[in-house]
Design a protein around this ligand. Structure first.
Ligand code: PMV
Length: 317
């Protein structure tokens, strides 16, 4: 039994798609990585009062929570039921540095940190397969039909090479360099862009299939570039991927401006990341100094937030 002063914490982090978005829907591979610069922390402690949630999305009683946070409330209630514990008298405080709806896996990361914090609070062991079951269910409530990629990358430690229907293949990002991430401040439009690409696929099957296959080839090549620590080659592949994503009509003016700015400022490559028409771009640089310069210019060009993420050994401790 916990005392009023004790609290437990669960953590998780964001995710980034390096390459392969949209093409992955059509069976091509994608590469995604944990984005540790954007952590989520959930704290659970005991309260004499009825259970409350404190978060940027909702602050109030658990049983009054609106539908917009039903992924969170359902997860709390299911975990407590499964563990034969009461969901009363819990103070659940969620602190996320991942902006929501920017293709960074915010909802999956919150669910992961929440399940970890609850299991720690009730002093129960949590296997990774059990964790994924809870996060997958939470994601189904949040997004309808998630690919499962976010759940696995936000809870995991390693980048993954992912193909629909196949087991995720973890592989180290053995490349010396930095990813600059810049947020347009506009919500990503993943549902709409996935739908629009499907329409293109029906209306122009040959051309669209060609673009999708080309993105798939770039992703396979990127894996080789990473394994051989060829950062300049990786940068070129990112540029080519962005051009293909534009052909699929999933970019927009803000994303294109940020990509162009990054390149002008010396990035080795840049592209949108995630579903597109909003959300974030990623850019690649060889040194931290270049990364800082690029991040500064991206902020001047309208990015509402920027992060610098060390690749390779620097980020694998
Ligand atoms: O916007 P995000 O990070 O959820 O990524 C979407 C990736 C897509 O390939 C466009 C869709 C998908 O389900 O893989």
């Amino acid at each position: 039994m916990k005392t009023l002063t004790e609290q437990t914490t669960g953590v998780a982090h964001g995710k980034l798609i390096l390459l392969g978005e949209h093409a992955v829907v059509y069976g091509e591979p994608a590469i995604a990585l944990p984005f540790k610069a954007a952590p989520v922390r959930v704290k659970v402690s005991k309260t004499k009062e009825p259970s409350r949630i404190l978060s940027s999305y909702y602050q109030g009683l658990l049983h009054d929570a609106p539908d917009s946070v039903s992924n969170i409330t359902a997860t709390i209630n299911t975990v407590c039921d499964d563990l034969n514990q009461s969901a009363d008298h819990l103070l659940i405080s969620i602190t996320s540095t991942i902006p929501p709806e920017r293709g960074m896996g915010s909802s999956a990361a919150v669910a992961t940190a929440l399940v970890r914090a609850l299991f720690a609070y009730f002093e129960k062991p949590l296997s990774s397969s059990k964790l994924l079951e809870y996060v997958d269910s939470s994601e189904e409530i949040a997004h309808g039909n998630p690919s499962g990629l976010d759940a696995r990358v936000t809870s995991g430690e390693f980048p993954v090479f992912y193909k629909k229907g196949q087991i995720l293949e973890p592989f180290p990002l053995n490349i010396s360099g930095y990813l600059i991430v810049a947020d347009t401040g506009i919500k990503g439009q993943t549902k709409q862009t996935v739908k629009d690409v499907a329409k293109l696929m029906t209306e122009f099957p040959e051309q669209t299939t060609d673009v999708v296959r080309s993105i798939g080839r770039l992703t396979v090549e990127a894996k080789a570039a990473i394994e051989n620590n060829e950062i300049e080659r990786l940068g070129k592949l990112l540029n080519q991927a962005h051009a293909h994503l534009k052909q699929l009509n999933v970019s927009n003016k803000q994303l294109d401006t940020l990509v162009a700015t990054a390149i002008t400022q010396g990035a080795l490559g840049a592209k949108l990341t995630g579903g597109g028409r909003g959300g974030c771009i990623i850019a690649l640089s060889g040194t931290i100094q270049e990364a800082e310069t690029i991040a500064g210019k991206l902020a001047e060009q309208g990015a509402v937030d920027t992060w610098i993420h060390a690749l390779g050994a620097d980020n694998n401790e």
